[in-house]
Design a protein around this ligand. Structure first.
Ligand code: KMH
Ligand code: ZN
Length: 322
């Protein structure tokens, strides 16, 4: 692992798994997502991992929705915008890729394997539903796989990576996903340093056991040596312990309401920034420095804020600031 000189905090502000009935604090509208992103950035998050939603909370893929989110974040902060290409398991790959292909961000997520991705259990915990779409949406995850074939991964590496200079947050939900990354690296489709995000505690993926995190790092070390930066998160209550474990191992951290709605047992997080502040306090206690967006750009070899394309084809707008 390329040990972190400074720790990069990523914040996944809304995601597509949690539903509005679980928390009044989950950002839903474009305005709420923008506010959450700007506040998380001000609290010390270098990277904002973005999904979009319709105002009733349904996951959105339409670039028009991202149009209301990305320009204000870019205009009002120095944050690194990381557009999810995972979207939601209920979307087609074309839908999942639409916003990233339009905005050609510095960073995009790339899910490294097909898997069961089960969050139907959330439905058992909700009694008061805000919207009709929520319960069937959650239950569907019991029978619907999250599909990320090698052909699809290759397409993303070619179209978004090679085509647009976007680099990736490689979402690895199991040890085998590291070998998938090694396969594409060997074929020359992606260059180091790789930014590996270990994902723990998703039902269908590797569990939130600390020995799994240690094991993931040791296999990644074998495959990639010093050619990768590591970050990790766990879904739910193991979020902060896994972020802490990652930082202690020389890695980076991810927090946010996409991954966990809580700030401590029995208490909902009132904002994404509150979780950023919580991990900052832990990192400070560990004697770690926090990476600015510029630090993170340098460490992850990002292209910077250049050539964000607005329309199909060649209408490129340079939004680099300063
Ligand atoms: N929702 C997380 C478990 C993505 O957006 O591409 C993983 C994630 C995937 O953030
Ligand atoms: Zn995500």
């Amino acid at each position: 692992m390329r040990r972190a000189e400074k720790v990069i905090i990523s914040t996944a502000v809304t995601g597509s798994i949690h539903v509005p009935s679980q928390s009044d604090y989950l950002p839903l509208t474009a305005e709420q997502v923008v506010r959450a992103a700007l506040d998380a950035t001000a609290a010390g998050s270098a990277i904002i991992h973005l999904h979009a939603r319709h105002p009733d909370g349904r996951p959105a893929f339409e670039p028009a929705v991202f149009d209301e989110i990305i320009p204000p974040i870019i205009a009002e902060s120095d944050a690194i915008v990381n557009i999810s290409t995972g979207g939601s398991p209920a979307m087609t790959m074309d839908e999942r890729l639409a916003a990233a292909l339009r905005f050609e961000p510095e960073l995009a997520s790339l899910n490294m394997g097909s898997m069961n991705f089960v969050y139907s259990g959330i439905a058992d915990k909700v009694s008061d539903w805000k919207h009709d779409w929520e319960r069937p949406y959650l239950l569907r995850s019991y029978s619907q796989p999250f599909v990320n074939t090698y052909e699809q991964i290759e397409r993303i590496l070619r179209d978004l990576g090679r085509g647009a200079g976007t680099r990736f947050e490689f979402e690895c939900y199991d040890i085998g996903h590291l070998h998938t990354l090694a396969y594409f690296a060997e074929r020359g489709l992606v260059e180091p340093p790789f930014f590996i995000q270990g994902v723990f505690g998703i039902l269908g993926g590797i569990g939130a056991d600390h020995e799994n995190l240690t094991h993931m790092i040791s296999i990644a070390d074998k495959l990639f040596g010093d050619d990768y930066a590591f970050s990790a998160f766990a879904a739910g209550r193991a979020q902060m312990p896994f972020a802490t474990h990652s930082a202690l191992s020389g890695g980076h951290v991810r927090v946010g309401l996409e991954d966990n709605l809580w700030i401590r047992r029995g208490e909902l997080a009132v904002s994404n920034a509150q979780q950023v502040e919580a991990i900052r306090a832990i990192l400070r206690g560990l004697g770690k420095e926090i990476a600015s967006p510029e630090d993170a750009r340098r460490m992850l070899h990002l292209k910077g804020r250049v050539a964000v394309s607005r329309e199909e084809g060649n209408d490129h707008v340079d939004v680099r600031q300063g």
